[in-house]
Ligand binder design. Structure first.
Ligand code: CP
Ligand code: NVA
Length: 297
């Protein structure tokens, strides 16, 4: 049966652990120049409605390095823009391709693709979720800290798509997650309640210092996500107290690492000093997208 990754909740703890181990092994193989090429003759389609640097390029490189062929399709070049139904597009593409990664505004569109495709569909970011980002981020935490449990992870900033996927991850893996978000920009209530119903230890506050207290992982993301450009000026004012800067970092555990999915806006959600500082793991984090995408493929 095909396996989609539309939300992180599509995976269980064993699936995640297998992916972490596979991604770490693939990273070592690449370093030692002995990479396997198990996807010869296979084709991955990539449909993107929004810009992307990391997700697109790391998926393309991953597919090529595994011996397969990536095919990037800008969403505006598909007949879907002339109203061809998603369900027709999904069934036709399933006849050509072996897997499909989609970046869209709409989570419902990605879900519809998955429903009508006979090939695996991967969510490469929607307004609601960014599951494969958080999978590679978890790999980065595991590498840096050697564990995912008994470690406080603090999310500071917008309760956005990446935050929602972290809450899903807390539910699947039993993480200790503290989010600090402005009151108007909290993560989805439904996603939070579902995670808590599964026993996840997720707290939400509007005090960044409270969230980072004792935290060994500090994570932030842009204040205005793709599609929210018109709100950027207002958000810039409201989010000022949520900047990840040296003072906030001093309130975290001494051995805290700083993460950002990128692209970063320096001196907005994170200062140049912290982003480029010794506690930042953002470049390793962005490299790990390549290895995790290979594991997923
Ligand atoms: N982190 C991430 O998804 O980056 P891109 O938007 O560049 O793909
Ligand atoms: N929250 C950001 C993530 C970018 C990778 C956005 O959706 O634009």
């Amino acid at each position: 049966m095909k396996k989609d990754i539309i939300r992180l909740l599509d995976l269980d703890k064993d699936d995640c652990e297998r992916l972490f181990h596979r991604a770490i092994a693939l990273k070592e193989s690449r370093r030692s120049g002995s990479e396997p090429m198990p996807l010869r003759g296979k084709t991955l389609g990539l449909i993107f409605e929004k810009p992307s640097t990391r997700t697109r390029l790391s998926f393309e490189a991953a597919m090529a390095q595994l011996g397969g062929t990536p095919m990037f399709i800008s969403a505006r070049d598909l007949q879907m823009v002339r109203d061809e139904p998603v369900k027709d597009t999904a069934r036709v593409l399933s006849r050509y391709l072996d897997a499909l990664a989609i970046r869209s505004y709409s989570q419902a569109l990605v879900e519809e693709f998955a429903r009508f495709s006979t090939i695996p569909v991967i969510n490469a970011l929607t307004d609601l979720y960014h599951p494969i980002q958080v999978l590679s981020d978890l790999m980065t935490v595991l590498e840096a800290k050697g564990r995912l449990q008994d470690i406080k992870i603090a999310w500071v900033g917008d309760g956005n798509n990446v935050a929602n996927s972290w809450i899903n991850a807390a539910a699947v893996l039993g993480l200790d997650l503290a989010l600090a978000c402005p009151e108007r920009y909290l993560p989805s209530d439904a996603i939070l309640s579902a995670a808590r119903a599964r026993g996840a230890q997720v707290t939400v506050t509007s005090e960044p210092a409270e969230a980072v207290s004792g935290a060994e992982v500090i994570y932030t993301d842009v204040w205005a996500s793709m599609g929210q450009e018109e709100q950027a000026a207002e958000r810039k004012r409201i989010f000022v107290p949520f900047q990840v800067n040296a003072a906030l970092l001093a309130a975290a555990a001494e051995n805290a690492i700083v993460m950002h999915c990128l692209p970063a806006h320096r001196e907005e959600e994170i200062t140049e000093e912290v982003l480029e500082g010794p506690q930042s793991v953002v470049w390793e984090q962005s490299e790990n997208k390549l290895h995790m995408h290979k594991a997923v493929l």
